[in-house]
Ligand binder design. Structure first.
Ligand code: DGL
Length: 282
């Protein structure tokens, strides 16, 4: 019997980040696209991306995307600002499936929320260094203030985002912030720090690009004729390059993980490592 290829509409969407941060985007995608299947890849063995050279991050993004394509995804969401800033045009050119990043939707959300206003951008060193947010916001008529906050990612990955440690670090980075109308959380890990950032930043409206990204993916997926027509709830499969137990622990603090979790070696993403099943039982 000839095996028919899986119809593209039923294929999963791939979503990736350096670690757990992209779960904030996955959650918005699941709400907006409840019938789609997702494969979430957290590159936890190599987190953080934000302090690494951008060419290195671009190579990671390409390697992960190739692994996701080998698993049959119909599109890829780069749920990471650093990887979006470093690799989006290159990935969109090279990959045979549609690719979405988180920066442009974040810029548009800020322009809607604070037109012509004073907008702050918090992000990794890599993201701020590319100037991607600054260009979009300045072109839209906003005054821009930026702040790289490299310690925020390890704080979230360690699961201590609601502690005094996080508060002290937030005060260290943001104590000298000028008055701002809106602040973009320009790293997908940062929404986990939202209560503390609200305390420290006062009045400024916090902008998380997750919902704007999910909205754009949903609209374009439908426009491309790639949205599933199936009426049953979708599933999520999580793959991590690092330790399964610590991923589970941190993901739980962000409301997940909501599906199977296994360890993978990139390039062999279709075949979880022999230790995955044992690790998953931990
Ligand atoms: N969550 C990612 C971002 O949005 C990655 C942060 C990191 O790994 O440094 O930039």
């Amino acid at each position: 019997m000839t095996r028919r290829p899986t119809p593209a509409k039923l294929a999963p969407l791939g979503v990736f980040d350096s670690g757990v941060g992209g779960l904030t985007v996955l959650s918005a995608l699941k709400s907006r696209l409840p019938h789609e299947d997702f494969i979430y890849l957290g590159d936890t063995a190599r987190v953080p991306y934000g302090s690494k050279p951008l060419e290195m991050v671009r190579d990671f993004a390409l390697e992960i995307s190739s692994s996701l394509i080998a698993l049959g995804v119909k599109g890829i969401v780069i749920a990471c600002n650093t990887a979006s800033a470093a690799s989006l045009p290159a990935l969109a050119d090279e990959l045979p499936v549609p690719v979405w990043g988180v920066i442009e939707p974040g810029v548009q959300a800020a322009l809607r929320a604070a037109p012509g206003g004073r907008v702050g951008v918090l992000g990794t060193v890599g993201t701020i260094h590319t100037g991607a947010y600054q260009r979009g916001l300045s072109a839209g008529g906003c005054a821009v203030w930026t702040k790289p906050c490299p310690l925020f990612v390890p704080i979230v990955e360690e699961g201590v985002s609601d502690t005094v440690i996080a508060k002290l670090v937030a005060e260290h980075y943001l104590g000298d912030a000028p008055p701002l109308d809106a602040v973009i959380l320009g790293c997908t890990h940062y929404p986990a720090l939202e209560p503390i950032l609200t305390e420290v930043l006062g009045e400024a409206l916090l902008i998380d690009s997750a919902e704007a990204t999910a909205e754009r993916v949903a609209t374009e997926l439908t426009g491309l004729g790639l949205a599933t027509k199936r009426g049953t709830p979708g599933t999520v499969r999580h793959l991590v390059t690092g330790d399964v137990a610590s991923y589970r622990h941190t993901a739980k603090l962000l409301g997940g993980p909501d599906g199977s979790v296994s360890r993978t070696e990139l390039g062999r993403a279709a075949h979880p490592t022999p230790h995955s099943a044992a690790l998953e039982r931990l």
